[in-house]
Design a protein around this ligand. Structure first.
Ligand SMILES: Cc1cc2nc3c(=O)[nH]c(=O)nc-3n(C[C@H](O)[C@H](O)[C@H](O)COP(=O)(O)OP(=O)(O)OC[C@H]3O[C@@H](n4cnc5c(N)ncnc54)[C@H](O)[C@@H]3O)c2cc1C
Length: 466
């Protein structure tokens, strides 16, 4: 049996950038294992569905979980908004214990993007004078605005980039195996045995980067291996869809504005996340439940802008397990939606009334995700979360008139799990020697940038130990 120097589990941004860094330093006896399919096999059905305006990801020929699993990971079909800011996409400055080191890593990440063909015209640097004006308006609404510089790739370029990077890794001798699920890991005399549905892989070092789709598995395997973890927060809320002209004044200045506020009622943190100007709402299917997200394309445009409004929930004794809590919320919402995400007019949510298709049809906003069930999000999400979301929308309406229009659409559940966070050293090595982690699945990041950078750091850590 061939023994590898490094086995990377998960070919999302964390796994791919980790492998790139290993290869760049001459370490090529590397295997990447991913549960999903290759870029080519993932590619066409989703795009075809969108091109034909059959919106929604459950188009013919497209497996529902295609969006999350496979080479490129969850980032592949994203709008490819890569934040070039240490405090967006996970708190890299805290993780690296240095703002300037975090900035340096961001610059390095950006250089890899351009090396693999991402063009200069994807760079968005907000105009500082105009940003200041928006910061003032945010302050008036009792909120804080972060305006990161960003690479806005669009889904097509994101796919192209992933293909180029993957082809390069394979051409350098990296073994890439797809549609292969790692089910177990066994330490074996300073090495690791990875048990998969297709056989056993042996490696000296392991980088685990299974993403959010693999977070529950990561939590289990950590317990088994004795990897020390700490409970993390849960972000739960909704995706709001509004006419594009409501957000246009802000997104014309800042591509993906981050607005953070603390609610008056509960002093809970609510933040906007992943704004998709003229984009589409999409469904994400997980084991046992469905959730929503958003994306936008370079060419294909809708008339709406969507954004997430997320409430940060932290639990303490006796239930610290935010993954379990989040799963329960998502499963309740999925049950109420008959297996589909829920959709509701904002006005119906505020007045505690269920939406129906005839009410949605009367709305001036046409939903971009059709495979949904009109319902009452107030019955699916905790009262506290709904209260926080409604307060946030109403306060943000001062900053962006029209955001709180009763006609706007709300989808649920939008949920981000970061709960089990691995305890790591500066090079992402866990408390188990030789076992490194990176990305969203290990609770270290919340976006493509953070995932990629923690992947690069893990690779550097591996290089130090080999
Ligand atoms: C629709 C959508 C839009 C998004 N938009 C943006 C955006 O614009 N900007 C941004 O910064 N972020 C965005 N994100 C988030 C971003 O995609 C993630 O933060 C990022 O992909 C995390 O990278 P990762 O490598 O940690 O995990 P992932 O990208 O989730 O990759 C993990 C990989 O591991 C594989 N895997 C899991 N378990 C196993 C196992 N047991 N064995 C083998 N393989 C396994 C999965 O198949 C998957 O391919 C979006 C996410 C979605 C779903």
């Amino acid at each position: 049996m061939r023994e590898f120097d490094v086995a990377v589990v998960g070919a999302g941004p964390a796994g791919l950038f980790a492998t790139y860094e290993l290869v760049r330093h001459g370490l090529k006896n590397v295997i990447i294992v991913d549960a999903g399919r290759s870029v080519e096999k993932r590619y066409c059905p989703l795009i075809a569905a969108h091109t034909s305006r059959e919106l929604g990801i459950t188009c013919a020929g497209c497996r529902p979980c295609n969006v999350l699993y496979g080479v490129g990971g969850a980032g592949l079909f994203s709008s490819g908004a890569i934040n070039l800011h240490p405090q967006v996409g996970g708190d890299l400055a805290v993780l690296l214990k240095s703002f300037s080191r975090a900035e340096e890593m961001i610059r390095y990440l950006d250089s890899i993007l351009t090396k693999f063909g991402i063009s200069e015209d994807t760079l968005r640097v907000p105009n500082l004078e105009l940003v200041k004006e928006w910061e003032r308006r945010a302050a008036k609404a009792g909120a804080k605005l972060i305006a990161p510089a960003q690479r806005r790739l669009g889904t097509e370029a994101s796919i192209e980039f992933t293909k180029k990077l993957t082809d390069y890794l394979v051409s350098e001798g990296v073994k890439l195996v797809t549609e292969t699920v790692v089910t177990d890991i066994e330490p074996a005399g300073g090495r690791f045995k990875l048990v998969t549905n297709r056989g056993v892989i042996e490696a000296m070092r392991v980088i685990l980067s299974p993403g959010r789709s693999g977070a529950a598995w990561f939590s289990e395997i950590s317990k088994k291996l004795g990897v020390q973890t700490v409970p993390g927060p849960l972000d739960v809320g909704v995706r709001l869809e509004v006419p594009d002209y409501v957000m246009e004044p802000l997104v014309s200045v800042i591509d993906d504005p981050k607005v953070i506020m603390y609610t008056k009622t509960y002093d809970d943190k609510v933040r906007t996340f992943c704004v998709n100007p003229r984009g589409f709402v999409v469904a994400e299917r997980y084991n046992g439940y469905v959730a929503v997200n958003g994306m936008s394309y370079k060419e294909l445009r809708s008339r709406n802008t969507n954004l997430a409004l997320l409430v940060t929930v932290q639990l303490t004794d006796p239930l610290e397990d935010t993954v379990e809590y989040g799963r329960q919320i998502a499963m309740t919402a999925t049950k109420l939606g008959g297996g589909r995400p829920l959709i509701q007019r904002l006005g119906d949510l505020v007045s505690g009334r269920r939406s129906t298709w005839s009410r949605i049809d009367r709305s001036s906003v046409e939903p971009t995700l059709k495979d949904v069930t009109p319902g009452d999000i107030g019955m699916a999400l905790p009262y506290r979360v709904v209260t926080d979301v409604v307060e946030a929308v109403e306060r943000l309406d001062d900053m962006l008139p029209g955001l709180a229009s009763p006609q706007n659409l709300v989808y649920a559940p939008e949920i981000k799990f970061y709960s089990v966070r691995a305890v790591v050293d500066d090079w992402m090595q866990t408390t188990v020697e030789g076992l490194f982690v990176a990305g969203d699945g290990a609770g270290l990041s919340r976006g493509i940038n953070g995932a990629a950078i923690t992947g690069i750091l893990a690779a550097r850590g591996v290089l130090k130990t080999l």
